[in-house]
Design a protein around this ligand. Structure first.
Ligand SMILES: C[S@@+](CC[C@H](N)C(=O)[O-])C[C@H]1O[C@@H](n2cnc3c(N)ncnc32)[C@H](O)[C@@H]1O
Length: 232
């Protein structure tokens, strides 16, 4: 995360908007590092906001951080951002190109976009593809994904492709935290469903898309209209 933010934040006073920000951790890290930066995070869930805002207060950056519990489709920014982030939330917009369009709306003229999305590392088994693409989002391989972004008028200036270790860490945390909570709260009415969700997700991952679905974070600038067209 740090090396991506280091490249993505260009000025101490940058304004950041994170669309689908989760608990707001990316923004908190940025504000810690960049003393005059301000940030707005938008997420429909709001889970973890209180913890991150508490941590922001402890670190003395709370006055520069706004976390909004809101649908990203409804959010209208009052100030254009030097950096828009949207990491793992493209499904909230209906897909990659829709996310690029939304980001454009919030971005200052020379702003940067940090976009994270999945791609097919290897051709998936048809059943795995059907499961992962059961929502509005369809995925492509990495060259095609990047070509779609470029064709939409963006130039990648950096990127990070998640390693299998990073994916494993993410998935073990996701499934493990949920399972831990269920086991710690056996009498809670949601305990059984949480344990089932954790197990189903773990099975779908280990038996299906582990090593097949990839994740890439691209740092993007808008391509000037005068730039030569990239060869495909
Ligand atoms: C995979 S998480 C990624 C969170 C964060 N960007 C990160 O990298 O840790 C996707 C996030 O998108 C949020 N989300 C999904 N649909 C949304 C919507 N319509 N409006 C706002 N947030 C949404 C979810 O609540 C979730 O926090």
């Amino acid at each position: 995360m740090a090396h991506l933010l280091h490249r993505a934040v260009r000025g101490q006073n940058d304004h950041l908007i994170d669309l689908g920000c989760g608990d707001g951790t990316w923004l908190l890290r940025a504000l810690q590092t960049y003393g005059g930066a301000t940030a707005v995070g938008v997420d429909i869930s709001g889970a973890g906001f209180d913890d991150v805002l508490g941590e922001a207060a402890r670190l003395g950056v709370a006055d520069r951080l706004e976390l909004r519990r809101q649908d990203v489709a409804e959010y209208r920014s009052s100030r254009k951002a030097d950096l828009v982030l949207s990491v793992g939330a493209a499904y909230a917009f209906g897909g990659l190109l829709e996310t690029l369009n939304a980001a454009r709306e919030h971005l200052a003229e020379d702003g940067l976009l940090l976009l994270g999305d999945c791609f097919w590392e290897h051709e998936p088994d048809p059943a795995v593809r059907a499961e992962i693409e059961s929502g509005p989002q369809k995925f492509a391989d990495l060259p095609t994904t990047v070509a779609q972004v470029v064709a939409d008028g963006w130039t990648p200036v950096y990127g990070h492709t998640s390693t299998i270790e990073e994916w494993d860490e993410y998935q073990w945390c996701w499934t493990g935290t949920l399972a831990q909570w269920a086991l710690d709260h056996p009498d809670h009415p949601d305990s059984e469903v949480a344990l089932r969700m954790s197990a189903d997700h773990r099975t779908g991952w280990l038996g299906g898309y582990r090593g097949v679905l990839g994740f890439v974070v691209l740092l993007l600038r808008r391509t000037p209209p005068s730039a030569p067209t990239e060869a495909s």
